[in-house]
Design a protein around this ligand. Structure first.
Ligand code: NAP
Length: 248
């Protein structure tokens, strides 16, 4: 198994892509902290599914946009499993609207949930990883929107582009400690986040996807599990687009 003996925190793992990442990592042998914000029942369902398949997981509530809560999440993972090898920053949200009508709160909540959360958890995890001297893996989930932009998503695209700059910089800071920092940028994946898109818009997206279909959450999870594993030991500061070609 790719992640035997490793400990992973996956933020926003109660639903969608985060859930698939947590399940994939557990299937590959990692002990997983399933973070969620408000949907405790969904997080517990993820945990019981993992345990039912012979894996190890625990659900931990934390609003990762909050500095102290993110710090407490990382501390609780280390207390529970004794160490932390892998951090996946997946928690995210949208408030899509054209800039002309975007409210300040719609900017703030998206940037704080998607980008400040990455600062918060990375800040909490870096010192323990460096002190432990065992290396580490940080994988941040961006989006094709952060690479090519999308009307109605100035807030979201800015937060996702910010993740890329942040990750490339942190990769340069932590490379000498054998801690890799990489980004996975998904294209369109059916989850609660994309469920409100109108059918005609969904059909329009297909015309721009070379592979001709939306992705599946598990296809994102495969890339994340690879980056978290020893097989990706010489990859850092990279952005892997898992988007069917739409962002190229
Ligand atoms: P989703 O189905 O809406 O799930 C969002 C997850 O994030 C939930 O587990 C939610 O927890 C959690 N979350 C939200 N705010 C949080 C906070 N402040 N603190 C902790 N957890 C929080 O979203 P998704 O589609 O799986 O997206 C996952 C990631 O992939 C996001 O970063 C998104 O931007 C990115 N992405 C998605 C797509 C796509 O097409 N779906 C494309 C590109 C990138 P609760 O259940 O407790 O609310």
């Amino acid at each position: 198994m790719l992640l035997e003996g490793k400990v992973a925190v996956v933020t926003g793992a109660s639903r969608g892509i985060g859930r698939a990442i947590a399940e994939e990592m557990a299937a590959e042998g990692a002990r997983v902290v399933v973070n969620y914000h408000s949907n405790a029942a969904a997080a517990e369902e993820v945990v019981s599914g993992i345990i039912g398949r012979g894996g190890t997981a625990v659900a931990v509530q934390a609003d990762v946009s909050d500095f102290a809560a993110a710090d407490a999440l990382i501390k609780s993972a280390i207390e529970t499993y004794g160490a932390l090898d892998i951090l996946v920053n997946n928690a995210g949200t949208t408030r899509d609207t054209l800039l002309l009508s975007m409210k300040e709160e719609e900017w703030d909540v998206v940037v704080e949930t998607n980008l400040k959360s990455v600062f918060n958890t990375c800040k909490a995890v870096t010192r323990p990883m460096v002190r432990r001297k065992q290396g580490g893996r940080i994988i941040n989930i961006s989006s094709v929107s952060g690479i090519v932009g999308q009307p109605g998503q100035t807030n979201y695209a800015a937060s996702k582009a910010g993740i890329i700059g942040f990750s490339k910089s942190l990769a340069k800071e932590l490379g000498s400690r054998n801690i890799t920092v990489n980004v996975v940028a998904p294209g369109f994946v059916p989850t609660d986040l994309t469920s409100s898109l109108p059918d005609d818009m969904v059909r329009q997206t297909l015309a721009f996807i070379p592979l001709g279909r939306w992705g599946e959450a598990r296809e994102i999870a495969h890339a994340v599990a690879f980056l978290a594993s020893d097989k990706a030991s010489y990859i850092t500061g990279a952005v892997i687009q898992v988007d069917g070609g739409i962002g190229t």
